[in-house]
Design a protein around this ligand. Sequence first.
Ligand code: HEC
Length: 150
Amino acid sequence: MPVKFRHLSAAAFVAFAFAATVPAVAVEFKSALDDSPIDLDPIKGEEFTDAVKKFHETGENPYNGNAEEIAAGQKLYNANCQVCHKPDGSGGMGPALNDDMVVNPRANTDVGMFEIIHSGAAGAMRPFAKRGMTQDQMLKIIAFINTLKK
Ligand code: HEC
């Protein structure tokens, strides 16, 4: 059946070409404020790292458990987050991050935490993508926060 076979391989080729050229964003990221889709476009000068690309596709944070990236995340956390959440995540002006997160339950997953850091939540929790933070930095901070859990 040469005709049918040709047909099949053409379809396979198109599928392959499509998969190879269109970046896969498999996870849906939604705003903690109104569940509207989040604009994941890079900020000025940002180039997505492999970790960010993987996170977009799978929702899994490749930096979890990586001591070097966690140490980098801690520095970023101390510079940007501890003023409201305390160095150990026990909470102050912002809620505790070292226990089950109850204000925004979505924050109990890495995707939900990313949504909040990237695009903000209520009140003083402002969107860090609008304040010059790259998504790679957010993943490092999340990996650090995950080490704070009691
Ligand atoms: C100016 C104070 C402030 C700063 C700085 C701040 N936050 Fe927040 N954060 C808040 C407040 C207030 C909330 C609660 C938002 C709400 O009511 O929905 C919050 C909520 C959160 C939540 C969800 C927790 C929950 O239980 O709802 C996470 C996760 C979080 N912040 C992470 C961070 C990270 C990471 C940074 C640094 C990149 C940061 N925050 C910087 C004030 C702040």
